[in-house]
Design a protein around this ligand. Structure first.
Ligand code: HAM
Length: 435
């Protein structure tokens, strides 16, 4: 038997939770006024080398690269930002009148990482990218958006970690201080860190091998090397978050594993009791140089990526997962003539917005009733040859424990009348979209 590829998954039982998250993403995106953008699942490899960075673990160790039949180097996208920036430049979206331009995306990303709880080789990311504003207010909006999504999903026990790397001058100053800091330890650092020391000392801070090395004690803080304008940006962001009642911690160790960041970087973590060690569910920040570096006009930008599969695991551990959705009516069918009538009536009901299903297996009445319970149907509609001859149906309201017989032509309206009689909580209305 052929099995799925290591690090991938079939989503079966958790599908309702994924759908609930997707629905919430759409609602929150409307509130914040972001539009969806869809970009390809693979791009020319060079795009990721020039954006995420050739020194980053993601590009140097984790990409799925392949040559197409024309000999071009392609890469399955390991993240969404690079593709969205490419699309922004290629489609000249910067020429559109709306400023800033606010996009969101959702889809699979691919990284050749060691699979474990919360870490997959194909995983789903929801992300946002905003182009065209320098102001710290938009950094605050993007963070507020991520926090609002978690609030809407009722996930508590989350923490926003924030830091600032500043722009080019500040980053340069910090890199040189880091180099001095690590210089006495260089011979005892791991092979990768020795290379990072020369190529990009910031990347040493991502090292998973040397994490407990004494060189990682008393690290210099990036915010102490910010030039004045960058310091003001960060302070304004913190003030804005305070005014929005969004809690955060300033995390001096946070640099993020992708090269394109400038100024603000942030991550959202949930408690390890929910997700284990892979407990970062969201990461993002500002990347003011990337649009220019990829050939576009000088455009400031900021965004984040959410690990949706991690979010599902966290919601499950917090017992906030969605239940399989119930249906409005389950049709119990006895006989061939009744089946044709049931198909006709189900079609009418569905066109009027009622969720219906039936037994398609010629099972006994008892077995069909069992199915109606399994599907959590509010109504059972019973049709046998007798009902067909008299042009009627029997309806059983499982919630109110009432039975009635109505003309077939009145079925859909009768069900809708009962459903909208305000005996339902909002949650029930939502299930049936009858609100
Ligand atoms: P990232 O930190 O590499 O950032 O990924 C964002 C989130 O994707 C992580 O916090 C994590 O929840 C999830 N994630 C990453 N790798 C995996 C994996 N192997 N399995 C499951 N989940 C994973 C980015 O990708 C940036 N593009 C975010 C961004 C957007 N920055 C600015 N704009």
């Amino acid at each position: 038997m052929i099995q799925k590829v290591k690090g991938t998954m079939d989503i079966t039982d958790a599908i309702e939770t994924y759908q609930r998250i997707e629905k919430t993403i759409q609602t929150v995106s409307r509130l914040f006024h972001y539009r969806e953008i869809r970009t390809p699942h693979f791009e020319l490899s060079e795009l990721f080398h020039r954006s995420v960075g050739s020194d980053s673990d993601i590009v140097s160790k984790e990409t799925y690269d392949f040559k197409d039949r024309g000999g071009r180097d392609n890469t399955l996208r390991p993240e969404g930002t690079a593709g969205v920036v490419r699309a922004y430049i290629e489609n000249k979206l910067y020429a559109q009148p709306a400023i800033p331009q606010k996009y969101y995306y959702y889809g699979s990303m691919f990284r050749y990482e060691r699979p474990q709880k919360g870490r997959f080789r194909e995983f789903r990311q929801f992300g946002v990218e905003v182009f065209g504003s320098h102001l710290p207010a938009i950094d605050a909006e993007v963070i507020a958006y991520a926090v609002t999504l978690l609030k809407a999903l009722k996930l508590k026990d989350v923490k926003v970690h924030l830091n600032s790397l500043g722009d080019e001058d500040s980053k340069r100053a910090y890199k040189s201080v880091l180099k001095k800091h690590f210089e006495p330890h260089i011979d005892t650092l791991c092979h990768d860190c020795r290379r990072r020391y020369t190529d990009n000392p910031l990347r040493i801070l991502d090292c998973k091998v040397d994490r407990n090395h004494s060189a990682f004690e008393h690290l210099p803080h990036a915010i102490d090397y910010l030039v004045d304008a960058d310091k003001t940006h960060f302070e304004t962001l913190l003030n804005t978050l305070d005014s929005m009642n969004i809690a955060y911690v300033v995390d001096h160790q946070l640099v993020r594993g992708l090269d394109y960041y400038t100024h603000t970087v942030f991550e959202i973590k949930v408690s390890e009791s929910l997700l284990g060690s892979q407990n970062t569910i969201c990461g993002g920040g500002r990347y003011n140089r990337l649009v220019r570096d990829l050939g576009g006009p000088d455009t400031p930008a900021v965004g984040f990526g959410f690990g949706i599969d991690r979010l599902v695991i966290a919601l499950d551990a917090a017992e906030l997962t969605a239940k399989p959705s119930s249906i409005h009516a389950y049709f119990i069918i006895m006989g061939a003539k009744a089946r044709v009538r049931a198909m006709q009536l189900m079609q009418q009901c569905r066109l009027m917005g009622l969720m219906c299903d039936a037994d398609y297996g010629d099972r006994s009445m008892k077995a069909q009733f069992k199915q109606s319970v399994f599907h959590d149907a509010r109504f059972v509609v019973i049709i046998g040859d007798n009902e067909v001859d008299q042009d009627i149906v029997q309806i059983k309201d499982q919630q109110q424990n009432k039975e009635e017989t109505v003309p077939s032509s009145a079925l859909a309206h009768t069900l809708i009348d009962h459903l909208t009689q305000n005996q339902y909580s909002c949650e029930d209305c939502e299930k049936g979209d009858q609100s």
